[in-house]
Design a protein around this ligand. Sequence first.
Ligand code: XMP
Length: 511
Amino acid sequence: MEDRILILDFGSQYTQLIARRIRELRVYSEIRPYHIGVDEIEAFSPKGIILSGGPSSVHDSDAPLCAAEVFQLSIPVLGICYGMQLMAYMCGGDVEKAQKREYGKASLVIVDHSDLFKGLPDGIQVWMSHGDKVIALPPGFTILAGTENSPYASMAHRKRGLYGLQFHPEVAHTPQGKVILSNFLFNICRCKPTWTMEAFLGKSIREIRQVVGEERVLCALSGGVDSSVVALLVYRAVGDQLTCIFVDNGLLRSGEAKRVLDTFSRHFHINVRFVDASERFLDRLRGITDPEEKRKIIGEEFIRVFEEEAGKLGHVRYLAQGTLYPDVIESTSVMGPSATIKSHHNVGGLPEHLPFTLLEPLRELFKDEVRELGRIMGLPWEVVGRQPFPGPGLAVRIVGEVNEERLRILREADAIVEEEVRREGLYYKIWQSFAVLLPVKTVGVMGDERTYEYVVAIRAVESLDGMTADWVKLPYALLERISNRVINEVEGVNRVVYDISSKPPSTIEWE
Ligand code: XMP
């Protein structure tokens, strides 16, 4: 059996990100709820245990605790954020109840480089997001690193194999975080890096076959990376039992419908049905301005269209969807405590009573892992490399009411952004670059005439997984070209602005 790591989940938004970093380091891991018993832990036979972060305080009367034996098993344990506070608390240290949260980048000073911080310089940047903090180490523990606000930002009891990190090594904002996790896996737990994406592919195919049996499957194909990969994966598993449905919801980008159908008929021999449902969607969206309501309507209408199409096909039991981990975590929480940020179309926008059973084979994965999976199944680069596009389409890039006129403006502006970003050679280098239509009109002057027209915002972000993102410093000359072209070529726009917000605290899409 391969070496495996057990992650105990205390409800952090980042728990899956820990799992994903471990996969990147080619070690198998599983996430289980924090309260599992010691028998289950021993049966899993982990080489190491990671305690995730979480929103609770160890001082809460109902604070989530893991089995006390976790710290006595002679298996190395790494506590992250809440996980570290819990380790300190359960091993006899002192945790201070927060007066205020520490949130954002911090400078870590490393004082002990012997194992967890091996190979790192004395000072590194880390990402903090916590309230409580350790103020006295438990007996036998030593300090490995500190920051100005958290003197005990990392601690260890080497003999017992217990390690704690107050910051989050799993997020991109801790640039050296992977070295720290790698040190834990390979120096401390002595894991061997044997897990591969091919192994994931094989396992997924077997699981899909087993679940689906002789039943039929529908797949909502959008042409994006996720649904393309799901379609191909399910096709590899069950062949012609799969029918894909491509719905034109009227919220697609310029030329999208044709492009998707061309790509799929050229590259695949999968059964694809095309449904033009744009009028229905736009009718239902008329007059609606609330972002969550828009998302819910679009999700519901999608399912209605599917039901109708499925009805024409006879009995279909399963609906395959390209739901990824960030969609899941930001819509609902596995554990409950993390807050809903947006109802993502793939998940929270769905009505409660579905006539299908959902098949979501990418649910544990992040975007770049999905790209890698697509690549090893032989999907062409133009499909796997495509920038993400949200399920609710242009509707979440038109702030406020969606109508034909606004869609026309946004489509034209967006096509210019894509063309110019591609021409600059940046399209595949950045996570997303697109236009947003703001429902405000401002005064301008064209020729000798006063104008009073819409504002278009340009958004370009770098991200590894969509969970956090930084705005991209696009070259001024490119911004200038985009601005000139949008104002000159798109009727109805007289102003272009550039969005310079990162996620968090903003999100990538405007709604
Ligand atoms: P936000 O706006 O939440 O976006 O920062 C994070 C990433 O998710 C994409 N996104 C969606 N994808 N259905 C999707 O399939 C959705 O409803 C949805 N909303 C946002 C967004 O484009 C970004 O890549």
